[in-house]
Design a protein. Structure first.
Length: 223
């Protein structure tokens, strides 16, 4: 049907592709339109079928998943990309997000997590498997430790930057309020202002924006 989310699965293991297809198509709003066994096919089939979402493995023959992501983004194809991988390394997570991937999910995740990711990125949001968020923060800190570059075009206030960093650490509004000694209502107002200024619609998107653009307060993100 026209309103179904059209998915391309790119993985070099046939049984995994078939298993994913069966799981995904149990959902009324998802259909698998194509399967690719290597990175080159992923790029070709993305061009041919224009799927809404691509599930992209990293380790594939001919072209790797990273090379395929780069090629797809260079061609300005509209497909959203979710990296589906065994790699828990924060370097891969950080790199794929920098390359433009919209999501990152581990292969051992529950099916509900992957389905949520597909729906989320299709709706224009970003999705990182929840237990990987701190890994992203750690890698951001490692990469930017000696980088004082700041982006001032977002118009965030110093307090909003502090709130954004705590969002990136996975804190909810109540925790942020306690950390900064302000009311939850004030935090909520800051969060709304951050979303508006960064043109994002959720906390994950805001965190990823901060990572990609190196938005940090003088204290930096602390764990």
């Amino acid at each position: 049907m026209e309103n179904k989310i059209r998915v391309l699965i790119a993985d070099d293991h046939s049984m995994l592709r078939q298993g994913l297809k069966q799981i995904l198509e149990l959902e009324n709003d998802i259909i698998v339109v194509s399967q690719a066994s290597n990175g080159n096919e992923a790029v070709e089939f993305a061009q041919e079928h224009m799927p809404d979402v691509i599930l992209m493995d990293i380790n594939m023959p001919v072209l790797s998943g990273l090379q395929a992501i780069s090629e797809i983004k260079e061609r300005h194809l509209p497909s959203k990309i979710i990296v589906l991988t065994i790699h828990e390394d924060r370097e891969y997570l950080f790199k794929t997000l920098q390359m433009g991937a919209e999501g990152y999910v581990l292969k051992d995740a529950e099916p509900d997590v992957l389905i949520e990711a597909i729906r989320s990125v299709n709706a224009g949001n970003s999705f990182i498997q929840p237990n990987m968020t701190k890994e992203l923060v750690k890698e951001f800190n490692r990469v930017t430790m000696h980088d004082s570059t700041r982006h001032e075009d977002n118009n965030l206030t110093a307090r909003e930057i502090e709130v954004l960093e705590l969002i990136a650490e996975g804190m909810i509004n109540k925790e942020i309020a306690k950390q900064l000694f302000i009311s939850e209502k004030t935090v909520k107002n800051h969060v709304s202002s951050i979303f508006r200024k960064l043109n994002v619609s959720d906390r994950t998107q805001a965190a990823i924006y901060a990572f990609k653009h190196n938005i940090r307060s003088q204290a930096g993100i602390g764990l």
